[in-house]
Design a protein around this ligand. Structure first.
Ligand SMILES: [Zn+2]
Length: 306
């Protein structure tokens, strides 16, 4: 039985908020990044935003979720919009971004350039559009455009010891030939699935993720961050073919767990993100109501997967 324990970071959280605290003088710039990357520190994730496209500001309940985005290891971002900028710790200097797809709640070239991003990874299926977008925005800002690197389904790339494998999402955009992506992010023995936007997992995607039930030597996932655009009781929403619900994620996790294709450390939650404002309760309600092991992530939450 796996006795690895799951730890929601205390130490890294202290670093993240350190600008206001005692660590501020020590952990800045490279020190912050090095602290996030230490091998024995696991894979660090900070949620910069956890909302779907219908969040713009605090709502009538006083709740707010920025558009979905994560910061990995203190310097690698998956998806980014200007709304999430204030969630980046002052001592972090993101230099790399991976995009899942070109929808405006995930992709904003101007915001990425202004953040100082140097390397951009995205699907080869809309590479030309992205190059044009970034070139145009860089020209307007009078800076040089970042390097843009096309990704191909199933072909892994490694960035500073973290391995990213893109797999097809069950999602679509107005660009007819675009294939949106989800990612397996690996560091050490951590295999994190970051899945937004996608309507559950198509069979051919499980093959790319190496959890296909037809493959004898399946490599289990050890961590999951997944979209739940639709909340509890919203199983028949029109987004059924492009997004997942809490029910979908719960069902998927049960099946992957019972077939040993998801083997997390004891006590580690499955984190939900990309939650629609109109289809979820408040964070307090979600904390009270979501079925284990599902947990609603929130903006600023920091986790280390081990
Ligand atoms: Zn989308």
């Amino acid at each position: 039985m796996d006795r690895r324990s799951f730890i929601k970071i205390a130490a890294a959280s202290a670093l993240a908020v350190g600008a206001k605290g005692a660590n501020a003088a020590i952990f800045d710039g490279e020190n912050y990044r090095n602290a996030m990357q230490q091998d024995d520190a696991g894979l660090s994730v900070r949620f910069l935003g956890t909302g779907a496209a219908d969040w713009f500001d605090k709502d009538e309940r006083g709740e707010y979720r920025r558009l979905s985005s994560v910061l990995l290891e203190g310097h690698i971002i998956i998806d980014f919009t200007p709304l999430a900028k204030d969630m980046i710790p002052p001592m972090a200097h993101p230099d790399t971004i991976f995009y899942t797809h070109s929808h405006g709640d995930h992709y904003n070239p101007k915001a990425a350039i202004e953040l100082g991003i140097k390397r951009v990874y995205l699907s080869n299926t809309w590479y030309d559009c992205a190059v044009a977008d970034f070139t145009r925005e860089a020209k307007k800002l009078k800076v040089s455009a970042p390097e843009i690197i096309p990704l191909y389904v199933g072909q892994s790339v490694e960035v500073d010891g973290v391995r990213f494998t893109p797999a097809p999402a069950n999602h679509a955009t107005a660009k007819r030939y675009e294939q949106p992506l989800i990612y397996v992010v690996e560091k050490g023995h951590v295999r994190l699935l970051y899945a937004t936007d996608t309507a559950t997992l198509p069979a051919y995607t499980t093959r790319w993720l190496n959890i296909d039930r037809h493959v004898a030597e399946a490599k289990p996932l050890t961590a999951i961050i997944m979209e739940a655009t639709m909340g509890m009781g919203h199983n028949e929403d029109y987004r059924l073919f492009t997004h997942s619900s809490v029910f979908d994620v719960e069902r998927m996790v049960k099946v992957l767990t019972s077939t040993k294709r998801y083997t997390p450390p004891v006590g580690q939650p499955v984190y939900l993100t990309h939650m629609a404002r109109t289809m979820h309760g408040t964070q307090a309600e979600l904390d009270a109501q979501l079925p284990a092991p599902l947990k609603a992530a929130y903006d600023g939450l920091e986790v280390v997967f081990r």
